[in-house]
Design a binder for this molecule. Structure first.
Ligand code: SF4
Ligand code: SF4
Length: 388
């Protein structure tokens, strides 16, 4: 058995579902990426603009000059549900968290396994060598490298899609100062004429060149954006309070092939995937820290998360959120207060009584305090269609 085959065996033994090797040559789509940054489609993620970050993404050897090969790995996480638009979380007072964030933080789970792989390789070759491991955070065009390492193709939704697996997996890389035989690049694009993800995206964030307008993406808005969410996007965010799975949920490759993760650390924490919004909005800083210790959700910080929860309550269209939203008007964080106020305005604007006497919300078009025309309801399940 070759060293490359033994390495991939060890990767599988450690829980990785995918492993491929590529060269440290510049990634083929760097120019597309550079144009994306130049156009400002990365929003407030200013670290992507830095000259050194661009230089490193253009050439992995700028990160590790001794790099002779790159090991690209994938580890599955749990899919949100196998049906497009499946209302796993229920409606109304519950929110939705993207499924990659249901369990333990992959930034904690995967790096020890990468270090174990390096130790395995060092034992195999009998000497240490320069290396650098990354779990999502490195200045690498990781999906480009993954495609070149033979793992799959970059879908129109910008996710890497692996045949027989789908796209619900984390990517990780190890730059190795060790020559290994590269795998052949993944040869084909299996999106074909499908445009489901583009049509389903609630905010029309997916662009034709397999990039996203991050500024419109719910994942970006709920996680990376540290300030106010643009008022025109808020009604489109539905019940997503951390990330968004829509463009993966509708993908036929996930519908057909996604299956539960084998890594136990990614098992859903009981109270995370579909949080009760009214309860979340009452989380004190201590309770937030306790609940999301070791979870990817802590990245949003309490103020960002409660901002998202407020927006989801405004979109939920039920009166159940009123008490928590009113209490949030006194939250110590201005960001939470302003979004709670917006949500209350949404509810006030739509409140009515149904024929059976229940108070509910009106889903007819209405005008927000910002003067925007918006639609009620849950647009992530009935997305507006727009020509690209
Ligand atoms: S479907 Fe959701 S995650 Fe995908 S691009 Fe649109 S907003 Fe972003
Ligand atoms: S939904 Fe269709 S177009 Fe989008 S990534 Fe999946 S196969 Fe490709």
């Amino acid at each position: 058995m070759t060293l490359e085959a033994r390495l991939k065996d060890e990767a599988r033994h450690l829980g990785f579902d995918l492993a491929g090797i590529t060269t440290p040559e510049p990634p083929p789509h760097f120019e597309v990426y550079a144009r994306w940054v130049q156009a400002g489609l990365h929003g407030e993620m200013r670290y992507l603009e830095r000259e050194d970050a661009l230089r490193k993404r253009a050439n992995p050897k700028e990160i590790l000059p001794e790099c002779e090969s790159v090991l690209v790995l994938g580890m599955r996480y749990n899919p949100p549900g196998l049906l497009p638009g499946g209302e796993r979380a229920g409606a109304g007072e519950r929110g939705r968290i993207a499924s990659y964030a249901w369990g333990e933080d992959y930034h904690e789970v995967i790096p020890p396994k990468l270090r174990a792989l390096v130790a395995f390789l060092e034992a195999e070759v009998g000497h240490p060598f320069p290396h650098r491991e990354y779990t999502d955070t490195g200045p690498l065009l990781e999906r480009d490298l993954a495609q070149r390492a033979g793992l799959g193709w970059v879908g129109k939704n910008t996710c890497l899609i692996a045949p027989g697996i789908g796209s619900y997996f984390f990517l990780a890389e190890i730059l190795l100062g060790l020559p290994l035989r590269p795998d052949p690049p993944f040869p084909t694009d299996h999106c074909g004429t499908c445009t489901r993800c583009i049509e389903a995206c609630p905010t029309q964030a997916i662009l034709p060149d397999r990039t996203l307008d991050a500024r419109r993406c719910i994942s970006y808005q709920t996680i990376e954006n540290k300030g106010a969410i643009p008022p025109d996007l808020r009604p489109l965010m539905g019940d997503w309070v951390f990330g968004c799975d829509v463009c993966q949920m509708v993908c036929p490759w996930n519908i057909r092939f996604a299956k539960p993760a084998t890594e136990p650390a990614f098992a859903p924490r009981p109270d995370v995937p579909a949080p009760i919004l009214g309860e979340e909005l009452r989380l004190s800083p201590q309770e937030f820290n306790r609940k999301f210790k070791g979870s990817p959700v802590k990245r949003a910080k309490r103020r960002g998360y409660l901002r998202n929860v407020s927006v989801a309550l405004g979109n939920a269209g039920t009166v159940e959120g009123l008490p928590a939203l009113r209490a949030a008007l006194d939250d110590p964080e201005p960001l939470v207060r302003t979004h709670a106020r917006w949500a209350l305005q949404q509810l006030d604007a739509g409140q009515r009584t149904t024929d059976d006497g229940r108070e509910t919300m009106d889903n007819r078009r209405r005008t927000t305090d910002d003067g925007q025309q918006t639609a009620g309801g849950k647009p992530c399940t009935t997305p507006p269609m727009q020509p690209m």
